[in-house]
Design a protein around this ligand. Structure first.
Ligand code: IPE
Ligand code: MG
Length: 272
């Protein structure tokens, strides 16, 4: 100690650099189930809503990281059809968090080249949130960078049932000619926005289940489960999950690159 003013070394760790991943190994569509907001808050003696608010900040960082690394579709299961079972005050808080998130961040997202979309049922959706979503969709509709799909009031089974009902309607009215259903036709009924299949699914908060998210689209997804609660997630966590994904071999029912080498076959398999 020299007395007088003490110059303290900064304790801030430098943030890790973005991994350099060839674009053909990047996941095209990343789907996230954010979980652990409530526990994050409880551990700090804060109300659950504080965890949801902090979750909004994590989202902004993760979206920035997705844009930087070159992901083209990012979807977030922000509010599930099952989340209505929560106390009314928490449902209100969550809806307010997303409305505020959009009103505070939509211009920044527009400038980042992000196109915002909403996927989910309009039943019971609060008007103020629908208006925020519509405004965010409108100002970002010309963008062709990252497509960020906010799944609010969304459930995988609900989506499939809606598609099946539309198929039945079209069959009755004659709009759907007498063809047998196949994956391509069904996918068109399912995907109002031509969402691609999910390549990488990330769930935070320590639970290891999909909880009714993208049932059809996640048939071949790689899974990444992390114990970190969502409010602590950063772009670096996304990059780490993406790097791990890039190192995995996706076989999609085929025998994969290694199997091909062993069998001496040069024919491509279904891995991707
Ligand atoms: C996720 O966190 C919030 C939503 C996206 C609905 P939770 O509120 O489920 O947090 P925990 O599971 O209680 O910690
Ligand atoms: Mg939870």
């Amino acid at each position: 100690m020299t007395g007088g003013l003490e110059i303290r070394q900064s304790k801030v760790e430098p943030r890790p650099l973005m991994p350099d991943i060839p674009s053909d190994l990047l996941p095209h569509h990343v789907a996230i189930a954010p979980d652990g907001n409530g526990r994050w808050a409880e551990q700090r003696g804060l109300p659950r809503n504080a965890g949801h608010r902090q979750g909004g900040r994590a989202l902004q960082d993760v979206i920035g990281g997705a844009v930087e690394i070159g992901i083209t579709f990012l979807s977030l299961h922000a509010f599930s059809t099952e989340n209505w079972r929560r106390p009314a005050s928490e449902v209100e808080d969550l809806m307010a968090v997303y409305a505020d998130y959009l009103s505070e961040n939509k211009s920044r997202l527009r400038d980042l080249g992000v196109r915002i979309r909403w996927l989910g049922s309009s039943e019971r959706m609060p008007g103020h949130l629908v208006r925020e979503i519509e405004s965010a969709q409108e100002i970002t509709q010309g963008n062709d960078g990252l497509t960020f799909t906010l799944c609010i009031n969304y459930g995988g089974r609900d989506e499939i049932l809606h598609a099946v009902n539309r198929v039945a309607e079209d069959a009755r009215s004659g709009a759907l000619p007498d063809v047998s259903m196949d994956e391509a036709i069904f996918t068109r009924y399912l995907n109002r926005f031509a969402l691609p299949d999910v390549d990488l699914f990330i769930r935070s908060g320590g639970e290891m289940r999909t909880s009714n998210f993208f049932l059809w689209q996640m048939a071949f997804s790689e899974m990444n489960f992390t114990a970190k609660p969502w409010p602590d997630m950063t772009r670096e966590d996304l990059w780490e999950a993406v790097a791990q994904y890039a190192s995995r071999e996706r076989r999609m029912g085929g025998i994969g690159r290694r199997g091909l080498k062993e069998s001496g076959s040069a024919r491509p398999t279904g891995d991707g």
